[in-house]
Write a protein that binds this ligand. Structure first.
Ligand SMILES: *[C@@H]1O[C@H](CO)[C@@H](O)[C@H](O)[C@H]1NC(C)=O
Ligand SMILES: *[C@@H]1O[C@H](CO)[C@@H](O)[C@H](O)[C@H]1NC(C)=O
Ligand SMILES: *[C@@H]1O[C@H](CO)[C@@H](O)[C@H](O)[C@H]1NC(C)=O
Ligand SMILES: *[C@@H]1O[C@H](CO)[C@@H](O)[C@H](O)[C@H]1NC(C)=O
Ligand SMILES: *[C@@H]1O[C@H](CO)[C@@H](O)[C@H](O)[C@H]1NC(C)=O
Length: 333
């Protein structure tokens, strides 16, 4: 009897020791986590808190993709779209986070950010939809063209009916984009966007002068599947073509499409870059715009009051988003 009791006691003791050991380990790891908390992780925690109800399961700490596309359009062919957003490391916090908090969520599985530096925070928040290109992070022609070439490569890996590019200061009104695209058949060649200059550009290529228009990258543009298939053969030469005509990314794409392939730009005036005055857009006409933008340096913003306070919404993307889609979780609290 005594032996048995001793055995039970011993068993109990070892179990307690095991539990204590596990607790210590747990405590240690959580202490390490707390200690390594830095500013960007605090910001991340803030974003997670904001997005949590819909997009996050903190337990698995992985993003749960909620594809809202089917709720936006009855036309399932439109949801077969691939979107890239060109950004750079120094814009991740300032410009990419407002996109993640707003329109990204509506097409989370189709939108990828093309950048020049790895970023664990953004990767986690987007479920690894951040592509580090190793392109330069400056604004020189070659770095910009390098990124557009990577965007085109990404499109090539993700066959879709439509391919669209946007910049990291673009708010994309997904509903309006679909309204526009549904008027065009992706089985035909379509190059859709907006010019930023009225005259045609000229370029000398292989001893011949070409005149062409281009859709300005800062307002976003879309390519139909049929047109993209024709562009495919130029992708690996993109940076070289851009260098040989001496023009940046969006101009070079315009050159390839209009001059080499022979398809003209279809101009849609509802795409907007920060080169335009944005103050004329307000709650009365937001829903008709495909893309909007902002520029801190020139105080150029959509004429809408910031969401809650301007510190929380310096880009006004939340205000725009909540004006258009008031039932989104971010707008409810
Ligand atoms: C802060 O956290 C970010 C993201 O986890 C990491 O990339 C960065 O290197 C950290 N900075 C410091 C100073 O530890
Ligand atoms: C789009 O359609 C293509 C071809 O049918 C398919 O391979 C691809 O997975 C679809 N993409 C999406 C996002 O539905
Ligand atoms: C691009 O141009 C460089 C130098 O002009 C050349 O060496 C290279 O082969 C070209 N690449 C392609 C893909 O044409
Ligand atoms: C493209 O536009 C030019 C005028 O700018 C016109 O001459 C040409 O026929 C158009 N090409 C096509 C394929 O519509
Ligand atoms: C912005 O809108 C307000 C009213 O909503 C108007 O009074 C103001 O003049 C507008 N500002 C600009 C720059 O258009």
């Amino acid at each position: 009897m005594g032996e048995r009791r001793k055995l039970v006691k011993l068993l109990f003791l070892s179990l307690s020791l095991l539990v204590a050991f596990i607790s210590i380990i747990n405590f240690y790891t959580s202490t390490v986590n707390v200690r390594s908390f830095n500013f960007s992780e605090v910001k991340e925690a803030f974003v997670i808190k904001q997005l949590k109800p819909r997009f996050y399961s903190l337990k698995s700490s992985s993003l749960i993709k909620i594809d809202q596309c089917q709720q936006l359009t009855q036309n399932k062919e439109l949801c077969n779209i691939s979107i890239t957003v060109k950004t750079t490391n120094s814009n991740h916090q300032k410009k990419v986070i407002p996109i993640i908090q707003t329109w990204f969520s509506q097409l989370a599985s189709q939108v990828y950010f093309i950048t020049d530096r790895e970023d664990r925070t953004i990767s986690r928040l987007t479920h690894n939809h951040l592509i580090d290109t190793k392109c330069g992070s400056n604004h020189y022609r070659e770095s910009l063209s390098c990124k557009l070439e990577e965007e085109l490569r990404h499109f090539g890996r993700n066959p879709s009916n439509w391919y669209c590019h946007f910049d990291d200061d673009n708010y994309l009104n997904v509903n309006r984009l679909f309204d526009v695209l549904k008027n065009y058949d992706f089985r035909n060649d379509w190059y859709i966007g907006k010019k930023s200059i009225n005259h045609k550009l000229s370029a000398i290529y292989k001893n011949k002068v070409h005149y062409f228009s281009f859709a300005t990258g800062g307002a976003g543009f879309c390519l139909s599947k049929s047109l993209f298939n024709k562009i495919s053969t130029y992708i690996e030469d993109f940076v070289n073509i851009s260098n040989s005509i001496g023009l940046p990314d969006d101009c070079s794409l315009g050159f390839i499409i209009e001059s080499l392939i022979g398809v003209n730009l279809t101009e849609i005036h509802d795409f907007h870059s920060h080169l335009e005055y944005l103050g004329s857009f307000n709650s009365n006409n937001l829903k008709n715009q495909v893309s909007l933008s902002y520029k801190f340096e020139t105080n150029n913003f959509v004429n809408i009051s910031a969401f809650k306070n301007s510190d929380e919404d310096p880009t006004k993307f939340k205000a725009i988003h909540c004006n258009l889609y008031s039932k989104q979780s971010i707008c409810l609290n």
